[in-house]
Design a protein around this ligand. Structure first.
Ligand code: NG1
Ligand code: ZN
Length: 534
């Protein structure tokens, strides 16, 4: 095998003097720099699969909301979760090995991790619509072939679809089976669950979906075939920004990131006042909703809003089903969650909130500590996870009234509708539509549940972001020494003030977040903290 790996590796030389890092979103950069990285990630996937006794590992080639010339690669663990933390470091080590040391580092990892090289290794993979995808797939294939790894190429998929298929592959034929191992199986599962959850209701008006000109476009067009239209107890969907043939339009003036950071609808949206809209990102693992309010203008319904909506709905259902005392329901957020949403969950919904560092893997992990764990990043990445105990309670509890039976059936449908492996724009969208239909809400009523505190997020270019070290789920700086005290002093001068600074895990910058009682105070606080860390 050594000579095979060496020969294959020589076709994918590492750019000199480039330092790679497996970050919160895997490896991500200009696609031209990524060839050797993807090859080596293929080697890591083989090792990881062997380490886990031949369970299937997922490899996704995507750069999500980044511009078309970027690309990236990330690994998916057998149950569809993000790669285990310690393996990020092994991936980084192999990605940075000198060309002549690739085999040596591969073997040293094998030895250190006590991996039997004779165990079978299995991988499934997919990519988004970027033009650099096929060439990077070839680099991955070379690694899989050199290591004798069995594989299935799922071609174009959304990231969450690959997470779904990874879990389905590893649970096939077991009592924990997560669904049929095919793309069609994914649509069928969601379609069926949506019908069961809607129970003949329809949502008010139509939904305009901006697919960021990414892989979510064709996949949503497929999903729509499996879900009922409004007149049949479902939803009427208008798809926009679904051009995957023109590479340059991907994430360009559209998509979840554009809408969230620019606080405006994509210019291509023709939706009228009060009409429900949502935007996916380039690989459809993020979603945010929004609408135009004739009185107040553009209104964003972000990840915090989706989390509060889901938590309130599931909390009500659990009570109606007579399960409220048995199940621990909680919400997981990051420091970027608007303070008003945290207060709403704790005070109005009466549910606990846990704050974790940025990065979905931390939120996901914390959410699994609840029986029903709702987690969302403000930017729209999130989902709901259910414990074994919750699943058992939903399926075995004897209903004592028709209302209880109905609530239990809705809960069971939700466990199938929600992609429990990772945040999924298609699945989250159907969840939101279900809840709005049950409540007969327009986006206006949803928006009125609480009022966001004015906030500002600034990106600050600094000489060295690595000197910024945090604790307390990234809300407190421990280094540079004294900086946190100065932040605290500034914050204390603002009504409802809150602010923190942390090094980005995906960009070479520090992010400063600030919120306060008024727009101008939030802006003022953010710029003062930004000046302080610069
Ligand atoms: P960084 O660059 O570490 O702030 C960003 C997002 C995260 C997460 C990751 C991964 C913000 C403030 N941060 O992380 O929420 O989505 O990218 O894509 O939006
Ligand atoms: Zn994404």
């Amino acid at each position: 095998m050594d000579s095979k790996i060496l020969a294959a590796s020589s076709k994918h030389p590492k750019p000199v003097d480039h330092l790679f890092q497996y970050g919160t979103a895997g490896f991500r950069m200009k696609a031209t720099l990524l060839d050797s990285v993807v090859f080596r990630v293929g080697l890591v996937a083989a090792l990881r699969s062997r380490k886990l006794g031949g369970q299937t590992i997922g490899v996704m080639i995507t750069a999500s909301h980044n511009p078309p010339e970027d690309n990236g690669v990330k690994l998916v663990d057998p149950m569809g979760e993000m790669l285990e933390n310690s393996w990020e470091a092994y991936s980084t080590e192999l990605a940075n090995a000198k060309d002549e040391d690739v085999v040596k580092v591969y073997r040293s990892l094998e030895e250190k991790l006590k991996i039997n090289p004779d165990t079978a290794s299995r991988v499934i993979y997919a990519r988004d619509t970027r033009p650099s995808g096929p060439k990077l797939v070839q680099a991955l294939l070379d690694a899989l072939n050199a290591t004798g790894t069995e594989y299935t190429d799922y071609k174009l998929l959304t990231t969450p679809q690959l997470h779904y298929l990874t879990r389905c592959t590893n649970t096939e034929g077991t009592p924990q089976s997560y669904g049929e191992v095919s793309e069609k199986g994914y649509y069928e599962k969601l379609g069926k669950a949506f019908k069961r959850a809607m129970k003949g209701r329809k949502t008010v008006g139509s939904l305009t979906v901006d697919c960021a000109n990414g892989v979510g476009g064709p996949k949503l067009a497929e999903l729509v075939k499996y879900i009922p239209a409004g007149s049949d107890g479902g939803v009427d969907i208008k798809i926009i920004n679904d051009d995957v043939l023109k590479a340059e339009v991907l994430n360009h003036e559209c998509g979840a990131d554009y809408v969230k950071t620019k606080q405006r609808a994509p210019p291509t949206s023709k939706a009228g006042n009060n009409e429900r809209c949502c935007s996916y990102d380039g690989d459809a693992d993020r979603i945010i909703y929004y609408f135009n309010d004739p009185e107040h203008g553009f209104r964003l319904l972000d990840g915090d809003r989706i989390a509060t909506l889901a938590a309130s709905f599931i909390g009500d259902l659990a009570r109606e089903a007579g399960l409220a005392s048995e199940l621990k329901i909680g919400v997981v957020q990051t420091a970027y969650a608007n303070g008003a949403s945290t207060k709403y969950v704790e005070k109005t919904l009466g549910l606990p909130v846990v704050c974790t560092p940025t990065g979905v893997k931390w939120l996901h992990h914390a959410a699994t500590k609840f029986d029903v764990g709702v987690y969302f990043e403000a930017n729209g990445h999130g989902t709901v996870v259910f414990s074994q105990q919750a699943l058992k309670a939903f399926s075995t509890k004897e209903p004592e009234s028709p209302a209880q039976a109905s609530a239990l059936e809705t809960l069971r449908a939700l466990t199938d509708l929600i992609n429990q492996t990772v945040g999924d724009a298609l699945s989250d969208m159907l969840l939101v539509e279900t809840i709005l239909a049950h409540k007969s809400w327009t986006p206006k009523e949803w928006d009125l549940t609480y009022t966001d505190l004015p906030n500002r997020l600034v990106r600050v270019e600094v000489a060295n972001r690595n000197i910024f070290k945090t604790t307390n789920a990234e809300r407190t700086l421990v280094e540079p020494q004294g900086t946190q005290d100065r932040i605290d002093q500034l914050v204390s001068k603002f009504k409802d003030g809150r602010s923190f600074a942390r090094a980005s895990g995906t960009e070479d910058a520090v992010r400063v977040y600030a919120e306060a009682a008024t727009r101008s105070e939030a802006d003022d606080l953010a710029s003062k903290i930004a000046a302080l860390v610069k």
